[in-house]
Design a protein. Structure first.
Length: 107
């Protein structure tokens, strides 16, 4: 699993029939800042993921890759290898809150 911020969406008018109606989003994985471990910073990579939870642009989400992406009821028959399985409310490292959706206005 990994944390990511939703940076955009993707529309594909031509796709496999099983993918019709699936919401596709662009996410950028996040990591804990190695300098002070008090914030999350982007990795510079991007992934296309299937949204199974109704997430929106700017939100921090929990993603899975590989066969794990097909273990949800919504994705078990889809040809996908990355899916959003949760919307993150808060991340804590030790005694520090490095992300709080309510405090960032993204809740």
């Amino acid at each position: 699993m990994f944390l990511a911020r939703i940076t955009g969406s993707l529309i594909a008018t031509q796709k496999a029939a099983s993918m019709v109606g699936q919401k596709l989003l662009i996410v950028e994985p996040l990591r804990v800042d190695e300098q002070d471990q008090r914030s999350l910073k982007p990795t510079g990579r991007t992934f296309v993921v299937v949204d199974t939870v109704g997430a929106g642009e700017g939100e921090v989400v929990l993603c899975v890759q590989g066969s794990s992406a097909r273990y949800t009821p919504e994705t078990k028959t889809l040809p996908v290898d990355a899916a959003i399985i949760g919307i993150v409310d808060q991340v804590q490292i030790g005694s520090h809150t490095v992300f709080d959706a309510a405090a960032s206005g993204r809740n």
